[in-house]
Ligand binder design. Sequence first.
Ligand code: SAH
Length: 354
Amino acid sequence: MTTIQKTHLYNFTLAELKDWIVAECGEKPYRAVQLFEWMYQKRVTSFEEMTNLPKQLREELSQRAVLITAREAVRQDSKVDPTSKFLLAWPDDVTVETVLMRHSYGNSVCVSSQVGCKMGCTFCASTLGGMIRQMRAGEMVEQLLYSQRLLDDVGERVSSIVLMGSGEPMDNYDEVMRFIEIVSSEHGLHIGQRHITISTVGLVPGIRRLADEGRQVTLAVSLHAPNDELRGAMMPVNKAYPIAKLMDACHYYNEKTGKRISFEYALVGGQNDSLECAKELAALIRGLPCHVNLIPVNYVPERNYSRTDRKQIYAFWHALQDAGINATIRREMGHDIAAACGQLRAQHMNRRAQ
Ligand code: SAH
């Protein structure tokens, strides 16, 4: 018996869903708008419930298409703040993490763009087992909807998205952009593009492409060190795209879009946290409209490094501010539940291997 691969409807933008429903179901395009609204605004989980679609179409859809493909493998709720982390599993047995962070100013969801990662940053848990496969747009949408459905119970919505889970979004560019188009659609979740942040390890072609396409999304660049020697030791990607090339691309991005860049800087004890580093960093980014996000590094058991102590984190922050650089220290959310990317998945895989 041959099994028919069902079409995953969350992979489609509204325009693609219209094409599909016309070509595959012989329906009028407005049916796609109705379907899209059921999927994203009413957020039902079965075709049965889509009561303004003809019964015959609902039956055809259940035979040919699917909505939900992921299931929850693990859930962890933080005891220290309103943060929940989910490990979602797909039928091919891959897992990724997604995190819901509830702030006073809104709800933010962290989405994974790849299963694992091939970038090899020395402090990161996501890259430990390499890259397994890309996440499709619909799988990223499902991560988001997972949190949105929980928020539905309390009448709240997801207000911002950060692509800061496992994976490198610029290494899965087309699917990430399709995901953004879907979730920002006014017929769908209608999350404004400026409330969506793409965090990149520094893939220069992706940054330039984003600049040329003039999208409204927010760009975050993982800088983590102010010179090639240090950055190269922490991030293998620095060989392909050294700091000078990366900074050129950042200036290009800012000139093209007029948007400020957010630089992420994970402070690792004794590696990149000296006051000399702070000064070097300030000199590197001076003149570029930007913001530095200082992240106290999250401990990863497989990695051998220490955290910068509180006093030094503040000293580094002050040094940047004294040099006229806009900087904040990232508030840690859910540190008791391994909320840094890749940690829950790594634990889950280790447990299964035992
Ligand atoms: N591939 C993207 C998204 C990665 S996750 C990127 O590199 O930007 C988002 C951020 O978390 C990145 O800045 C990443 O460098 C950082 N990060 C990874 N592991 C970390 C850890 N153990 N502690 C603190 N930050 C970490």
